[in-house]
Write a protein that binds this ligand. Structure first.
Ligand SMILES: NC(=O)c1ccc[n+]([C@@H]2O[C@H](COP(=O)([O-])OP(=O)(O)OC[C@H]3O[C@@H](n4cnc5c(N)ncnc54)[C@H](O)[C@@H]3O)[C@@H](O)[C@H]2O)c1
Length: 284
């Protein structure tokens, strides 16, 4: 199949690599050569690591490299695509604009996937008219090459046939698929995990335990690879606050951010990127 990935950032580069490793011809489209260079470097580094760990042979890595093209030209990327996956920033206006351009340039039968983490598929599709029937939420996880889940989300206008094509595509990439049948912000995963993380935050603020002990309890007690607080620091507490606020708007008070989280963001304690969050990174 011919696959186009729009946006070659953290997720787009990983999804493109995954599709290339599954034998598809993949075009990545981003806005500039610098962005495409970063996508190429990320894929190269991931392929090299997979080879080092014997999870991929050199021949398979070469085949994946040969299946990938990098372009700033949207027509070139999507002109003959069977599947287009959008992985541009989590902003509704940007997704509207990008998908409208994709619909104008891609074949009329192309499947449209959006890798949004929590935006409503129905509102993303609202800009597409009848073509919203081809739009499916395809929520891959970071890093897409390693994480086993793809959460599919049905928008109000999503056709059954599109959902089945998305299921086939994601399964062919080696993912286990779950389907969020109702378009509900946060879907299954982000909604459930947000509550867990909020409860960890409340325990920290109530002095029930230290950040280290809360994270250790979650890691060793539930086999999470990272504790919820350290993951918050890793992704950025401003991003976390923004995500929680949007779930609060959708689902009400049980997602209300804590005062402590708001204060940390107001003070610029955003996690690793500012050197301080739940943990102190000033020593590197
Ligand atoms: N990072 C994660 O852990 C994660 C996990 C699951 C889902 N997501 C979702 O995936 C999407 C992408 O997130 P990300 O973390 O990869 O973001 P990112 O910022 O790393 O990448 C976004 C890329 O899109 C490019 N872009 C912007 N406008 C574009 C356009 N008009 N055409 C083509 N490219 C364009 C940017 O240059 C950038 O390279 C978001 O919707 C996000 O919510 C992220």
């Amino acid at each position: 199949m011919k696959v186009a990935v729009i946006g070659g950032g953290i997720m787009g580069s990983g999804i493109a690599q995954l599709a290339a490793m599954a034998g598809h011809a993949v075009a990545i489209r981003d806005v500039g050569e610098a962005e495409l260079g970063r996508a190429r470097d990320a894929i190269e580094s991931s392929l090299a690591k997979l080879c080092e760990k014997d999870r991929l042979s050199e021949a398979e890595a070469d085949a994946a490299r040969e299946s990938l093209t990098f372009t700033t030209a949207l027509d070139e990327a999507v002109g003959a695509a069977d599947v287009v996956v959008e992985a541009v920033p989590e902003l509704l206006e940007v997704k509207h604009q990008v998908l409208a351009e994709v619909v104008a340039a891609a074949p009329a039968g192309a499947l449209l996937g959006t890798n949004t983490s929590q935006l409503s598929i129905t509102s993303i599709g609202a800009a597409l008219g009848d073509d919203a029937s081809r739009l499916v939420g395809m929520h891959f996880f970071n890093p897409p090459v390693l994480m086993r889940l793809c959460e599919l989300v049905r928008g109000l206008a999503t056709a059954d046939d599109a959902l089945e094509r998305a299921r086939e595509f994601a399964t062919g990439l080696g993912k286990t698929v779950v389907v969020c049948q109702k378009d509900s912000p946060g879907f299954i995963t982000s909604r459930a995990y947000a509550i867990l993380r909020l409860e960890c935050l409340r325990m920290l603020e109530e002095g029930v335990a230290t950040a280290e002990d809360i994270d250790t309890a979650m890691k060793l007690g539930f086999n999470f690879p990272m504790g919820p607080l350290e993951l918050g620091d890793f992704n950025g507490l401003d991003t976390y606050l923004h995500a929680i606020e949007s779930l609060e708007r959708a689902h009400g008070d049980r997602f209300r951010p804590t005062v402590g989280l708001r204060n940390m963001v107001a003070a610029g304690h955003l996690g690793r990127k500012t050197g301080r969050g739940f943990y102190d990174y000033s020593e590197g």
